[in-house]
Design a protein around this ligand. Structure first.
Ligand SMILES: [Zn+2]
Length: 260
């Protein structure tokens, strides 16, 4: 696993196992939960022989061990007692049995160096189901994952920080849940800001109308008609109507827009 080329997965299998709050909760497992347990148990160790197990036993063993496994992830995420955690992980990873066997699987031509069938030494068999999960965790730590393992501040589930920016939450919903007023406050602020801007523009226009009314009244010797005021200001009838409605709503009757 090249250090620079690590592609981080947000919820790798060992994290999904630790986060699972459904599969191991029931008193007696269903077909579905047994299948889920077998998925966690399936070995991901390269060159692994795999192992078959009774699904009910697999389910029971994984369920019984889950709290301990979560404890290790918690310690890694919080960054304490790492020596003890590494010792436990190493102990589990030692339980991989190397099996020697004859293999007649054709070798790729590029690496062919032994006569067929060849003596094959690298078949690894996890001693128990947990080994494969610990192996995956160890590889994660070896790739530099320790500082990326996070515990969501809202839902407490584990996740891997896949981007460089530090995040305390596993998802956007969790981020919002942790601060529910933030979104609401922002919406309310936007609404108030729009309202204030609109009111300021209306007051500006009313001041312009008032000044135009005074000037035209002096020039014409009488109250000018609406069309003359609008023409002088380059204002639309529609805008006038908006201002008129605003005044009626605010004062109960038109003031500046009253031409009688
Ligand atoms: Zn969360």
């Amino acid at each position: 696993m090249g250090y620079a080329s690590v592609k981080w997965e947000k919820f790798p299998r060992f994290v999904r196992y630790a986060n699972d709050r459904e599969t191991f909760k029931e008193k007696t497992p269903s077909t579905l939960t047994l299948r889920k347990a077998m998925e966690f148990a399936r070995s991901h160790i390269p060159d692994s022989m795999g192992h078959s197990g009774d699904p009910a036993e697999v389910w029971e063993q994984l369920g019984a061990h889950q709290p301990e496994f979560c404890g290790y992830l918690h310690a890694i995420a919080q960054g304490y007692d790492l020596r003890h955690v590494m010792h436990e992980i190493t102990t589990h990873c030692k339980r991989v049995q190397t099996t020697s066997l004859w293999s007649d699987t054709p070798q790729p031509r590029s690496v062919q160096q032994y006569p067929e069938p060849r003596y094959y030494e690298m078949a690894l068999t996890p001693h128990d189901l947990l080994t494969s999960l610990y192996w995956e965790l160890r590889e994660f730590l070896r790739a530099g994952g320790a500082t990326r393992l996070m515990e969501c501040a809202a839902c407490q589930q584990y996740f891997v920080q896949v981007i460089a920016r530090l995040t305390r939450f596993c998802s956007q919903p969790c981020r919002l849940k942790a601060n529910p007023t933030r979104k609401a406050n922002n919406t309310e602020y936007q609404r108030r800001h729009r309202q204030a801007t609109r009111e300021r523009l209306i007051k500006d226009d009313l001041r312009l109308i008032e000044a135009a009314k005074k000037q035209l009244t002096v020039a014409l010797g009488t109250m000018p008609p609406r069309s003359t005021i609008l023409e002088k200001l380059g204002m639309s009838t529609r805008r006038w109507n908006t201002l008129w409605r605003w005044e009626v709503q605010k004062y109960g009757h038109p003031q500046v827009t009253n031409l009688s």
